[in-house]
Design a protein around this ligand. Structure first.
Ligand SMILES: C[S@@+](CC[C@H](N)C(=O)[O-])C[C@H]1O[C@@H](n2cnc3c(N)ncnc32)[C@H](O)[C@@H]1O
Length: 164
């Protein structure tokens, strides 16, 4: 699992979690091991088959869903924790806001504009601009707990406000 997840997970309440674009599921499996009820989605059947094999082998119940993160029907006010690691689809930002419970935590990490120094062929549309992620979730009303733009990665940890 990713070190950023291990670092910030203590800020989340254990409950329901959603891992968006989970790939082969290492983060989702880690969450299940920590006692979360995990839904994990990805568009790749191949990746999710591998994730499911791991889940069975380790006896960890994760609900893997093959779907497009853009068209997934995000249930409102449902998750205590949403992960978005190394996947950038700006259209889902409001859907992430909607699907978190009030007080729920978002942990988001992906490549930023500096990634083109390492991979010049990277599509700039898939890279975060300076300040972009923090601003997007500030605009959605979140409390920003951490917004780091270190090297070619941006990390955001933010909380959806509790209902008034
Ligand atoms: C770089 S991997 C990151 C996997 C995982 N989150 C991690 O950090 O290890 C990006 C993942 O996004 C998935 N993906 C790409 N487009 C997607 C979409 N529209 N909806 C859901 N998943 C998508 C890919 O299948 C791939 O597993």
């Amino acid at each position: 699992m990713h070190p950023t997840l291990v670092q910030y997970l203590p800020w989340a309440s254990v409950g329901r979690a959603l891992d968006i674009a989970c790939g082969t599921g290492e983060n989702a499996l880690y969450l299940a091991q920590q006692g979360f009820h995990v839904d994990a989605l990805d568009i790749s059947e191949v990746a999710l088959r591998q994730a499911q094999r791991q889940a069975r082998a380790r006896g960890l119940p994760v609900h893997f869903i093959v779907c497009d993160a853009v068209t997934f029907s995000y249930p409102p006010n449902t998750y205590d924790l949403v992960l978005n690691f190394y996947f950038l689809e700006r259209r889902i930002f409001p859907l992430i806001a909607r699907t978190l419970k009030p007080g729920g935590l978002l942990i988001f990490e992906t490549f930023n504009w500096r990634h083109r120094q390492v991979r010049p062929e990277a599509n700039p549309a898939h890279l975060l601009r300076p300040g972009e992620l923090g601003q997007a979730f500030t605009d959605l009303g979140f409390h920003i707990l951490t917004h780091k733009e270190e090297d070619n990665r941006t990390t955001l940890v933010a909380r959806k406000p509790k209902a008034p």
